[in-house]
Design a protein around this ligand. Structure first.
Ligand code: SF4
Length: 333
């Protein structure tokens, strides 16, 4: 990017950037813990959805040491609803390494950051640049879109990723790397938006090949999507004296480590009744989960949670939807 374009972008960012809870205030140094936490939460998640979770986390666990000392169950419950639960398990594993082995200090360079659990190429670059001012090339979906438009990249995603990264590498300045990364992301989130780029408000219009070509919204070019497969499953709502049976899912696999309704076969012999089904979309497949409900006089071993307080169990979204069905069945029974 020509120096004047880079300056225009940084000036625009200095004036127009939004106030977000993980950003350092004027004249303050960024807190690596908050930068890291926000970047992990924002993987595959919108700012609007992640923001209240971030605020809850830093209120309950204001330092990496405080987070590291918390139990797995409490952190997983606080993460419930944010999705992609492997992130929460890696978050805790990472916090414990930083707190116990690195004296509470995150590493400053990308290679060392990448050795920590849950930190891939993008997150390592973002943390190195934003928290420590290192020159690093962080390409998320927003930056990818802005770069594809700036250079009118004709090749479709995902094969165009290497070329887009090369462009991003050349754009990144030696100085102000943290602000540059955040400015590119902010531009993608607020101006160069997926459906309708607002080129009239963009500081990069004079340098944008996509704009010059007349249809910047056509970039990035996308390869046709494969249809998402659909799967089916059954969950069980088993009640005993106002409590419902919950299980902790295995650490590995879908929704690993989360509290949930049993899905691995009926947990007891009982007069099971259908209570409808819930649809839920995961990244790689869509799931229709039927719910079977019953009461029992002989409770099996497990976690018996008060039905009235099921909203406090920290169930992931799929099971929270099923719990609504289960509660309705209970009221109708
Ligand atoms: S000029 Fe338009 S398409 Fe180009 S970067 Fe700016 S908003 Fe995006």
């Amino acid at each position: 990017m020509p120096v004047d374009a880079c300056q225009a972008l940084l000036c625009w960012y200095a004036v127009d950037k939004r106030s977000l809870p993980w950003r350092a205030g004027p004249g303050k140094a960024p807190d690596p813990y908050r930068v890291w936490l926000s970047e992990v939460m924002l993987q595959q998640t919108t700012i609007a959805h992640a923001r209240p979770y971030f605020e809850t986390f830093v209120h309950r666990w204001p330092t990496v040491e405080a987070l590291a000392a918390e139990s797995d169950g409490e952190v997983m419950a606080a993460w419930a609803g944010l999705g992609y639960y492997a992130r929460a398990r890696n978050l805790l594993a990472c916090a414990r390494i930083v707190a116990d082995q690195l004296g509470g200090r995150f590493p400053e360079d990308e290679a060392a950051l990448r050795r920590l659990p849950g930190i891939g190429a993008y997150t390592a670059a973002a943390v190195a640049a934003i928290a420590f001012g290192r020159r690093a090339v962080a390409v998320d979906a927003n930056v990818e879109r802005v770069v594809a438009r700036l250079f009118a990249v004709e090749a479709p995603l995902p094969s165009a990723r290497a070329a887009i990264r090369d462009h991003a590498e050349r754009l990144t300045p030696e100085e102000n790397a943290g602000d540059f990364v955040q400015a590119m992301m902010e531009l993608g989130q607020t101006v160069c938006m997926p459906r309708r780029p607002d080129c009239g408000r963009c500081p990069l219009t004079p340098h944008c090949a996509g704009y010059a070509a007349g249809d910047p919204g056509a970039f990035p070019v996308k390869a046709p999507k494969a249809a998402r497969p659909r799967r089916e499953g059954v969950a069980y709502w088993l009640e005993h004296r106002g409590r419902v049976l919950l299980v902790r899912r295995p650490q590995k696999g879908l929704l690993g480590g989360m509290l949930a309704l049993p899905t691995d076969g009926a947990p007891a012999e009982a007069a099971w009744r259908e209570a409808g089904a819930v649809d839920h979309v995961f990244t790689h497949f869509a799931l229709t989960m039927r719910l079977l409900c019953a009461e029992t006089d002989t409770p099996a071993e497990g976690i018996w949670w008060p039905v009235e307080r099921i909203g406090e169990a920290g169930l992931p979204t799929l099971f929270a939807k099923l719990a609504v069905r289960g509660s309705e069945w209970r009221r109708a029974a």
